[in-house]
Design a protein around this ligand. Structure first.
Ligand SMILES: [Fe+2]
Length: 220
């Protein structure tokens, strides 16, 4: 199996083993995700595994290969091409991501700092990839360390993240696809506008633009 470890330590390896064991036991994605709640929360509240630079903003002079904008760092930690990724997202105080989707199943939770999440859903037929798109705002969540939520497209798939703490916020994303390399969407809800977007990663430039997975399949 092709695997890429950008952060390689025993703790992250044991978490990936847990994901694989859960995938052996649960064929359906919702059951798989639910079985990962406790292990994911334990990872979020463990201080020992997320080391520099992956727990911080882009260092001075670093060749940032990402496209999230706004001094946002998105560090790829682990990748199994097209099947599974883990990355950290680090946002400076007060900074927001664009409103965006993921087009893959996942778990997203807070490792440090606090975040405000604004959730949306498409209120039109979702056919438009560029141009007009209507979004409905469906909720706001204040999140702190150990809090997490599920992404099961189309549920919870469109959001905007803003750091609400006076230190950078760090969230951990476990996703059933190579989300930094997928051609996905970013939105301007005020202008009813959508466009395609490929975020890449701060430490890894995508060689090509991937299509979203047709089925939200298992991680191996
Ligand atoms: Fe996101």
């Amino acid at each position: 199996m092709d695997e890429e470890w950008y952060l390689d330590n025993r703790r992250l390896r044991s978490f990936i083993d847990t994901v694989d064991e859960a995938a052996d036991e649960h064929e359906e994605i919702p059951a798989l995700i639910e079985s990962l709640h406790d292990p994911f929360r334990e990872l979020l509240t463990d201080d020992e595994w997320l080391t520099e630079p992956y727990d911080g903003l882009v260092p001075e002079g670093y060749d940032d290969r990402g496209e999230m904008g706004g001094d946002i760092a998105q560090w790829l930690l682990y990748r199994r091409p097209e099947k599974l990724t883990i990355f950290s997202l680090v946002l400076p105080p007060g900074v927001s991501t664009p409103v965006h989707d993921h087009l893959a199943w996942g778990l997203v939770g807070i490792y440090s700092g606090t975040q405000t999440e604004e959730f949306y859903r498409r209120a039109d037929d979702e056919g438009a990839h560029i141009g007009h798109a209507e979004l409905e705002h469906i909720g706001t969540e204040e999140m702190e360390r150990g809090d997490f939520y599920e992404l099961v497209p189309p549920n919870n798939d469109i959001h905007q993240v803003q750091t609400s703490s006076d230190v950078p916020s760090v969230s951990i994303h476990l996703l059933g696809g190579d989300v930094g390399c997928i051609q996905r969407h970013q939105f301007d809800p005020e202008a009813d506008f959508v466009e395609m977007f490929q975020s890449h990663y701060t430490n890894v430039r995508c060689e090509r633009a991937l299509s979203p997975p047709e089925e939200h399949g298992p991680p191996h």
